[in-house]
Structures are given as C-alpha cells and as structure tokens.
Design a protein. Structure first.
Length: 636
C-alpha cells in the first residue's frame, strides 16, 4: 500500500501543474481571508499619511468576510477618502509563474468612484527589484502612464484606470505568456489628487491568478459529406469529434493546393485567407455553406477541431490529420447568349421572370431588352440581381430599352431598393434604346422615403449604370443605413470583398416629383479591413441635382467609412429651385468624402475628385445661382 501510494502522489502532482496552477487563490490570500492585515495574507502594503489601504470587513466584500479598501481614517474605520489631500499608495506581492504554463489570467473584483481620470485604481507588475514608493508617481490626470517611467521594467495591466463604479466589477486581464518561468512583483495602486472627488474610494476583493497550458482537442471530426448545390455553391456536413471541442475551422482550397495549418492563438473569420485557402466558417456547427465559387472548378475542404477553453491564449487547433474532402462545382449551363425581349409579348413578361430563367447560368452574353409596352406593374420588388458565377467579364448581362422604346419606367416604393445589385457582377443597366446614342429613355424610381432606387450590396462588383434616369426621395442623411437615390452598402459576410469597380455614368440622379432625397449617391461600407472596402468605384459625367433636406445634412455625393480609391469626375451638382434651411448648422454639400475617420483603421485613400461643377440651377453650373436661404445659422 505504501509503495502504491508513493507512486500515485507524484502522478497527481505532475498533472495538476501541467494543466493548471492557482498562484493566488481568490478564496484565500486573494480574498484577504487569512486575517485583517495585508501581512497575514502575504501582501506588503505601502501607505502614506492619508487615504491608506486597509484589510477587513468594513466594506461589504464581493465574497467571504474581508476586502482591501481605502480609508482616510488612521485606523481604517471609515470607507471614505480625503478628496483635498493627494495620495498614491500600494499593496503588492511577489509571484512566481510556473515554467511552461503560458496561459496566465489575472482577475479581481473592484469598485471605486473618484474623479474621472484623477482618482483611480491601477494594476501593474515589475521585477522584484522594484519597490513602490508612496506618492510616486505623483497624483494627477492619467498619471498611471508615468508608472513605467517611474519604475523601470514595470508594465501596466488591463485597461486603465479602474474607477467611476459604485458596485463591484470584474476585471479579467491576460498577462504576457513571457512571464512563464519568471518571478514578478504584482502591484495594486490607488491614486487621488487633492481636489474634487466622489465617494467611495477603492475596494478590491477576490484577486485570482491562474496559470495553465492551453490544449487542443485530441480528436478530429469524421464523415465529411460535400454536395455541389449549384455552379457557385458547395454545402458540407460532418460528424462532430469525440470529446466535444469548442468548434471547427473549415478552410477551402483550390484542388491540389498545399494546405497551411491554422496557428494557435489566432481567431480566423469567415472570408479571411489562410495560405492560398479561404476560411469558410469557424464555430460549433457541423454544417457549412461555401458560396461565390467558380463554375466547373474543384475545391478541397479541410476541417480542424479547436478549443476555446483557454482564457488568454486564444483558440487551440488540432492540426494532426484534419478531416478532408474534395468536390467540384458543375459547369455553366442554361440560357444561351443572345438578345431576349421583356414585356407583354416578350420572351419573358417581366425582368423578375428573366432573372429567374438565368439563375441556372448563361453560356454567352445576354441582353434583356424592354419592349415599348413594358411596365413594371407585374414585377416583384426589389428586382434583385444576385451573384451568378456564370455571368462574367466575357458572358455579361445587359438590361436596356428595345430600339424605339421611349419613356420606360421601373418604379416602386420598395425597401431597401427598387433594383438591388445583391452580389451581382458584370451586369449593366443602359437606358439608351438599343444601347446606342445619348437619349435617356429608362427611369429607375423609388418613391419611398426609406428606400433607394438602386442599391449595391454583398460584393456587387464590375456593374454599370449608364444613361439612366434614377430618381428617389429617401430622407435619410445617415449613410450607415439605406440612404440616397443610389446606395453603396456593405460587403458580403463570407467573401468580404466589398462592392468594387462599379460605374455610374451619364445618368440623371435626382428627386422624384414627390420629394427631395437628402443624398444623391450615398456610400457606407464594411470597415473590417482594407479588403472589405468599396474600392475603385467611378462616378462620372452625371447630373446630380435636387438633393436637399431642410433639417438634416444633405449632399450630392456622401462617401463615408469603408470606401477607398473612388473616382468622382466631370459631374454637375445643382438645384433647380431655391431651398430654405429650417434647422441650425445644417450643411448642404455637393461632395462630402469622409472615409474612415477616428478609430476606424486602416485609413482610406486614393480618391480622385476632378472636373466637377457645383452650382447653378442647370448642368455645368449654368443658369441661375444655386440658392439656399435660412432664417437660422446654417452651413453651405
């Protein structure tokens, strides 16, 4: 029995250290439960003449009996601080981080009111040779930034400062993995200046410090089934791995490409690159959809189990023999290239029906011509042009009036749009009969105050709207929601490429007879990364007019966050009537470009704005003056 016991004990000990070690116990020394002094709990206190640290039951703790708190009373008998006497005080202890356990989590409960950035708690660590000194650094606004200067080798932890909370909050901090195998001095700091403050001061409880080794799942999923549901989409399913991992990373590669293993600690988003592959999904589900694929193309899929049980080290991937399968999308079949009529006696009665007919693909360039008798009364709105991988730079889709057709209209009060380029590529709307000349004989109209006439969304790219009369009365002045007569929106959440390389040219973009839009062309894209921006869109040789709001900021073109490298050239911005502003500080602008201001990164660039006319009541700043009057303070 003795020999069995002795051989069993080291086994338990080794397992505990390699999996997780509690360095500071929140129910023990971290909760100040060993006694009513810092020394009794293994901490060293550095106090000054006033506003000192104490341990005891005076403040209702977050758990247990005691907590650490600041008091202006020499005996710690009150939970208040002297707001007219500055103080910087500390308590600390030395901690040894076990080698090899690099997932290090510090957490604690805290509350403190104080004064904005002048009275606060800060947390830092330093080499054991560093000893905090009362009132160093001196109290002051944002003076926690002076800690690393005052104490060489010190590192601030968490988001400073901790203050302005009257009830206990939980702070969770990931300490650097490089601390494993070292000993450092962990320091809690209270600082207040000598003027103004709100009671109570700091209280800290349940300090926890845990070090562990992050681990990946040991098993991979099985039984991958891949089904090509169209020429652009493959669906997949698999059986979950044993051991219940947190989730699965699915990555798609061109068939035969060399896979790149995911990196531990890295969180991959759908649409992001991994080597030459693309992340399809990352989550607990055992099914996935991979869309926007090329027709007649083979793809390899790799599935990795991962865990997210690590608090700080990030996802941990099982990269050993991932589940793998291959599937090929079918080639493009369907409507042959050619010209097809749309209307009462046409090949298709409506554009809606024609789009349905080509959903299976096209085998050559297709032109849909609207008959002279065409009306949009039977259309289903929005008329949506979706992603169709059989529509390419070679096999394009064009919509235009038939030769001789005049004054055609596609009109609705639909939201979000009358015509929706929803992932569409290489689609052209040409308002010229037969696609020749310069006469505009097709109008796209939206009469709703919350809808756009045309929207680009979900990576709609390489599309063109030309020689078209586009009308709307959307009253929104906020480009983060559907606004404008024409609206450029966000990227697809999977492919995340942005609405790129679209062209609006030789078109009239203006108000309906029912009201004026706040914005002519509005754009607000996805700001996840530069790749997701709406890039290289061209707005050229258009007439943009009668955009106005009496009470909100209005613009002929408003390009906001998530857009880059646009060309805006040779357009005319004007008002056909005098306008009157009714609200103070309302701006009316011809062109307003403000991409990625403030904290949004990376910043956008590459805009070319040239040759535009702003003014007058007709094209090229002709006619009478562009007139806006106001009885209040206004900006123009």
């Amino acid at each position: 029995m003795r020999k069995l016991y002795l051989s069993f004990l080291p086994l338990i000990f080794v397992f505990t250290v390699s999996a997780q070690t509690t360095i500071i116990d929140p129910a023990g020394a971290g909760g100040f439960e060993a006694g009513n002094t810092f020394a009794a709990n293994g901490w060293t206190v550095v106090n000054g003449a006033t506003n000192q640290w104490f341990v005891g039951p005076l403040v209702v703790p977050s758990a247990g009996t005691n907590s650490a708190y600041i008091s202006q009373d020499p005996a710690g008998a009150v939970y208040t601080y002297n707001i007219t006497s500055s103080s910087v005080v500390y308590f600390y202890r030395d901690v040894t981080f076990p080698a090899g356990l690099n997932d290090i989590v510090l957490s604690f409960k805290w509350k403190a009111q104080g004064e904005s950035t002048w009275d606060w708690i800060a947390v830092w660590s330093a080499p054991t040779s560093v000893t905090p000194v009362v009132n160093l650094p001196s109290a002051g606004s944002a003076s926690w930034n002076n800690v690393p200067t005052t104490y060489p080798g010190a590192e601030l932890h968490g988001v400073q400062p901790y203050n302005l909370q009257g009830t206990y909050q939980t702070a969770t901090i990931c300490l650097p993995a490089s601390y494993a195998g070292t000993t450092r001095r962990l320091v809690f700091m209270w600082s207040n200046d000598g003027s103004v403050g709100t009671q109570p001061p700091a209280s800290i409880d349940e300090i926890s410090l845990v070090s562990s080794t992050p681990t990946a799942p040991t098993a991979q999923p099985t039984a991958l089934v891949l089904t090509a549901t169209s020429s652009s989409q493959i669906d997949g399913s698999f059986t979950a791995a044993t051991g219940s991992p947190s989730g699965y990373l699915v990555v798609r590669y061109p068939t035969g490409a060399t896979p790149v293993a995911p990196v531990n600690g890295t969180t991959y988003l759908a649409g992001s690159a991994l080597g030459t592959g693309t992340v399809v999904s990352a989550g607990p589900g055992t099914t996935f959809t991979s869309a926007f694929l090329s027709a007649g193309t083979g793809y390899d899929f790799y599935v990795y189990a991962f865990s997210t049980t690590s608090a700080c080290a990030g996802p941990q991937y099982n990269v050993t023999t991932p589940l793998m399968g291959t599937q090929t999308t079918p080639g493009c079949t369907g409507l042959a290239g050619g010209t097809y009529s749309v209307g009462p006696t046409g090949t298709y009665p409506t554009l809606t029906a024609a789009i349905t007919a080509i959903s299976g693909g096209i085998t050559g360039p297709v032109i849909l011509e609207l008959q002279a008798a065409y009306t949009s009364a039977a259309e289903t709105f929005p008329i949506t042009f979706p992603f169709n991988n059989c529509i390419t730079a070679t096999n394009t889709l064009t919509i235009r009036p038939a030769a001789g057709a005049t004054n055609l209209q596609i009109t609705s009060a639909a939201t979000p749009a009358t015509i929706d380029f929803n992932g569409a590529k290489y689609v052209t709307i040409d308002g010229r009969p037969g696609g020749t000349g310069t006469a505009i004989q097709l109008s796209v109209i939206n009469t709703a105050t919350a809808g756009a006439a045309i929207r680009f969304i979900n990576d709609a790219s390489n599309n063109t709207v030309t020689y078209t009369d586009v009308q709307g009365q959307n009253t929104s002045a906020t480009s983060s929601s559907v606004s404008g007569v024409i609206y450029f929106s966000t990227a697809n959440t999977t492919s995340l490429q942005g609405n790129d390389n679209n062209t609006i040219s030789f078109s009239r973009i203006h108000a309906t007879t029912g009201g004026t839009p706040a914005i002519g062309i509005s754009a607000s894209g996805t700001t996840t990364s530069a790749v997701t921006y709406n890039d290289n869109n061209i707005i050229t040789n258009n007439w943009i007019y009668d955009y106005f709001s009496a009470s909100l900021a209005s613009s002929g073109i408003k390009v906001d966050a998530g857009n880059s490298t646009w060309t805006i050239s040779n357009n005319s911005f004007y008002q056909t009537a005098s306008r009157s502003v009714t609200s103070a500080a309302v701006a009316n602008r011809g062109i307003w470009v403000t991409p990625n201001t403030g904290s949004l990164a990376p910043q956008a660039s590459g805009f070319i704005i040239t040759g535009n006319y702003i003014g007058g009541d007709a094209a090229n700043a002709a006619g009478n003056p562009y007139t806006i009057t106001s009885t209040t303070s206004a900006q123009f």
